[in-house]
Design a protein around this ligand. Structure first.
Ligand SMILES: Nc1ncnc2c1ncn2[C@@H]1O[C@H](COP(=O)(O)OP(=O)(O)OP(=O)(O)O)[C@@H](O)[C@H]1O
Ligand SMILES: [Mg+2]
Length: 340
């Protein structure tokens, strides 16, 4: 038996990663929601299989926790292919990438997470690899240097990013298909939570799951995490009772409001309204005022607020909508008929 020699409690992020792996869907059938992407993928994968070829390179983008990594594994499973996993920041030297590429077998999938964080010199090695399945290596230095072209096996690159705009155009162009993962509807969230509760053996009514589905930022990873937190709460505070009202209490004690906004979401809207009269204000200024990292604001907080219609992006900056005022229990300002 394996013994756990960990001396301190695992970091929350580590716990989440373990949860992610345990609950990761394996097949297209397990992957809930995103029906357009699935339909399209089914045809795309069938066609590649029919031709007995590796499929074209795939780019997945969208906010964190919506299923990019999961989908990459699903594609590998459906193709019956091996998947090798790396990430943009992990590839420090050209040699790192060259070693990975030359070890790929025919039909293998190379998953590069956070591909927008790959260094430019490494990106350039990737171009011929993706396009011609070749690797150009420079041997020697100065006037004696020469380039050697190595053939690679036909592989499929799957790139994932939360920031499509940070990808260079030449890299983006080398992907055969690009899929944008969007926030999930409440029904899909409920189905995802149902599946997770079964896998985690948490006996919760559909009504109680529905409460979490409404309050999980329409994000599967957040829903799964809340499911576990709610179970802990029920066990300690409510004698294991997992009814809808306990779930409501548990979520409120986690500072998640009825619309699924967490403390950081509310702080952002509050700042925008109280410090900048509802905007417009630039993202930099808003980040400074909320003591939030620019990246977090742009990649995590803003997409959800935009999607919920609580925030608007205008050419002059971010603006809080009337719905944001009302949600925070504030009176929307009288406006002239302008941008809103
Ligand atoms: N469509 C789905 N059906 C079922 N479960 C899902 C789905 N999408 C995501 N999940 C669940 O959410 C977890 C997080 O998803 P995943 O790790 O794939 O997100 P991600 O988009 O790669 O996030 P990040 O940008 O942070 O890497 C998965 O482990 C899985 O349990
Ligand atoms: Mg991921």
């Amino acid at each position: 038996m394996e013994t756990d020699v960990r001396l301190s409690a695992p970091e929350p992020q580590e716990v989440d990663r373990g949860l992610d792996v345990a609950l990761r869907p394996k097949t297209l059938g397990d992957f809930i929601g995103q029906s357009k992407i699935k339909e399209n993928l089914r045809i795309f994968l069938e066609a590649a299989k029919g031709r007995e070829e590796a499929c074209e390179h795939v780019l997945l983008y969208g906010p964190p926790g919506l299923g990019k990594t999961s989908l990459a594994h699903v594609i590998a499973n459906e193709m019956g292919a091996q998947i090798k996993v790396t990430s943009g920041p992990a590839l420090e030297r050209v040699g790192d990438l060259a070693a990975i590429l030359t070890n790929l077998e025919e039909g293998d999938i190379l998953f590069v997470d956070e591909i927008h964080r790959m260094n430019r010199s490494i990106e350039e090695v990737l171009y011929p690899a993706m396009e011609d399945f070749a690797l150009d290596i420079v041997i020697g230095k100065g006037p004696m240097a020469r380039t050697l072209r190595l053939d690679l096996k036909r592989f499929t690159l799957i790139g994932a990013t939360t920031r499509l705009s940070l990808l260079s155009a030449p890299l983006r162009d080398r992907f055969g298909v690009t899929y944008h993962l969007d926030f999930y509807g409440v029904d899909d969230m409920r189905d995802i939570l149902k599946r997770s509760s079964q896998l985690l053996q948490i006996d919760m009514s559909t009504e109680a799951l529905e409460v979490i589905a409404h309050r999980a930022r329409r994000t599967p990873r957040i829903g799964n995490r809340l499911l576990k937190r709610v179970r802990d709460y029920a066990q300690v505070i409510a004698n294991g009772n997992l009814h809808a009202d306990t779930v409501h209490q548990a979520l409120s004690s986690l500072e998640i409001d009825t619309r699924g906004l967490d403390e950081a979401d509310r702080r952002t809207l509050k700042s925008l309204i109280e410090k900048f009269e509802g905007g417009p204000v630039g993202l930099n200024t808003l980040a400074a005022a909320t003591a939030e990292e620019m990246e977090t604001l742009e990649e995590v907080i803003e997409p959800f607020l935009l999607q919920e219609g609580l925030l608007l992006r205008t050419p002059r900056g971010r603006v809080a909508t009337d719905a944001a005022y009302l949600h925070l229990g504030l009176k929307p300002p009288e406006r002239q008929a302008t941008i809103l």
